[in-house]
Design a protein around this ligand. Structure first.
Ligand SMILES: [Fe+2]
Ligand SMILES: [Fe+2]
Length: 251
């Protein structure tokens, strides 16, 4: 396996490891994002078993010990499994996550105390980079779920939202909604909930120019339109699932 490194927005790098065995024959990619600045931040740690790959990839951009912040979307092995390996490799780094995630997992899991972020709280990374944490509970899954928005480049690091199969380009201006719908059809990875459409539409208000997708190519273009279309699809799924449940209960 190799980890590819690409700059997907000014000062934001995508570290991508493709695993052909997962969901073969299409395969599946795991992406981390490095945001440069005086205090560099990484979004997602990657799997613990991929730590060496990701550390060596990151070292092609900055010395790993320069890393200052380690953030992620929700508590799962690909999102934060290598947290303590990174905290050891970067002695100045602090883990950062929302209130729920810190309370239920990170306070115990991380070898050093995390910074606990309120919904909407910003970390100023210096060098013009500012990242805002946004709570997205249960969207796409995990009650601790959240995303990160880099304000200067309008890049939304949207974690598992828009998950798709395959090893596409690092950055595309093509369709990311259709492949995400196919990904949801296959994996059923989202925790369908009545608030899901509204949560995703709330992200569309940020008008992102780049969507940094954890499993798939990053998207350059009208991020709001892509998020609205994704929200519409989840509304359709939630409505359908609710109708089926009510019919079953009435039968
Ligand atoms: Fe996940
Ligand atoms: Fe993931």
């Amino acid at each position: 396996m190799e980890t590819k490194v690409d700059e997907i927005a000014a000062g934001i790098f995508r570290l991508s490891t493709f695993v052909p065995e997962i969901a073969a024959p299409a395969g599946f990619a795991f992406n981390q994002f490095l945001v440069l600045g005086d205090q560099p931040l990484m979004f997602h740690t990657g799997l613990r078993k991929m730590f060496t790959l990701n550390r060596d990839a990151l070292a092609r951009i900055i010395p790993p010990e320069r890393l200052r912040w380690i953030a992620y979307g929700h508590f799962e092995a690909d999102e934060c499994g290598a947290m303590n390996e990174w905290l050891a490799a970067a002695p100045q780094a602090t883990a950062a996550h929302g209130n729920t995630g810190s309370m239920v997992s990170l306070n115990d899991f991380a070898d050093r105390a995390p910074r606990i972020l309120n919904d909407g709280e910003v970390i100023d990374l210096g060098g013009g980079k500012r990242v805002r944490f946004i709570d997205t509970p249960h969207t796409p899954h995990g009650w601790d779920a959240g995303v990160l928005f880099e304000e200067s480049t309008r890049t939304l690091m949207c974690g598992d939202l828009f998950t798709q199969l395959g090893d596409g380009p690092a950055l595309t201006d093509g369709d990311v909604v259709g492949p995400a719908i196919a990904g949801e059809d296959l994996f059923r990875y989202s925790s369908l909930n009545p608030g899901m459409g509204a949560t995703i539409r709330n992200l569309a208000k940020l008008a992102p120019r780049t969507l940094a997708i954890m499993h798939g190519p990053s998207f350059s273009g009208d991020g709001a339109a892509a998020l609205q279309a994704l929200a519409d699809d989840y509304d359709r799924r939630v409505t359908g699932a609710t109708r089926e449940a009510l019919q079953l209960a009435a039968a």
